[in-house]
Every structure is written in C-alpha cells, then in structure tokens.
Design a protein around this ligand. Structure first.
Ligand code: NI
Length: 175
C-alpha cells in the first residue's frame, strides 16, 4: 500500500525540534514511517526527505539523488534510508551551491556546505554503516541532517541576496 503524507511547511513547530534517536528499528511503527517517507519522497521531485517533514520528529532521513527538473545535474543513486545519522567534515573545504526544500516551496538559495564528509548511520536492517560522501550527495545529506537538528537551509544562507524565487533560478539554468 502506498501512503503519501502531507509535507509539513516552514513555520510548523516540528521543523524546529531536535528529532529523537530511533531505538526500535524493527518495530512496525518505524517500518511504517520509513515506507511513508519513501512513498512521499517518490511522489515529489525531491532528492531527499527527513521524518520531521512528515510531522514525525524522529532521526530518519532518505537520500535519493536523481536528475529531475528541480535538480537537472543531480547524480543518480539508489534511494538510501539512514537512521540516526551523524557526520564529520573530511576537510575544511566548503562550496556554495543551490538548494531548495519541499517544506519551503518556490524558493531556492545558495548554501555553503562541506564538500567532503564522513558519515555513519544505521540502515533499515540495523547494520551500522560508515561511508564517505562528496559534492551534491554530501550536500543533500547535510541538508537532511539539518532537518533533524531543527534547522532549515535558509538558516545557513550567508546573504539574503543569495535567496531567489524558483522562477528566477530556472532562468539562470535556462530552463
Ligand atoms: Ni528540506
């Protein structure tokens, strides 16, 4: 059964909470949460989603980079569910690039993020995974991780001049 949840919009309190660590990965409640997150993300052109965006303040994110009208240059990867994720920067190297968010429609902004990161998370079967990410996928991870900390990407923008209407962003891309 496909369950698509409503995506919580900016201003909602749940987007500002620190999400709770998941301890019962095998529970039906968490399995259902993951299914709903997957189905909800698949129904959008987003490249990632975090549980607080469907009103569940729990530490679960999905990274699902794929090229789309929203992100034409995104690399293609298998959607990956990450439970209780953490990360560290692998270098001080920071890059500014465009981001948007399903909870903040019609806006894009340039956001500084670490280029290379070392991450760990628990997968859906309970295995602890350690890996490294770089570039766009590292950016998506840091964006979704922020949702678990009660932050949104606009909090990280260096200047209000780096905030664009989506229609102007598409003009820049010549779409
Ligand atoms: Ni977001």
């Amino acid at each position: 059964m496909t369950t698509i949840a409503e995506i919580v919009q900016l201003g909602s309190e749940v987007l500002r909470l620190k999400a709770v660590v998941v301890t019962d990965i095998e529970s039906s409640e968490i399995k259902q949460l993951i299914n709903t997150l997957q189905d909800t993300l698949a129904s959008t052109q987003g490249v990632g989603i975090a549980a607080p965006q469907i009103n569940e303040s729990k530490q679960v994110i999905i990274i699902a980079s794929r090229p789309s009208a929203r992100y034409p240059n995104a690399p293609l990867m298998e959607p990956t569910v990450m439970i209780n994720p953490t990360f560290e920067a692998l270098s001080e190297s920071i890059e500014k690039d465009w981001e948007g968010c399903l909870s903040i429609p019609a806006i894009r902004a340039l956001v500084p993020r670490y280029k290379e990161i070392k991450i760990s998370y628990t997968d859906v079967t309970g295995n602890k995974i350690n890996t490294q990410l770089e570039g766009f996928v590292a950016r998506v991870f840091q964006h979704e991780f922020d949702h678990l900390e009660g932050k949104v990407y606009l909090d990280r923008v260096e200047s209000n001049q780096d905030i664009f209407a989506e229609s102007e962003y598409y003009k820049l891309l010549n779409l």
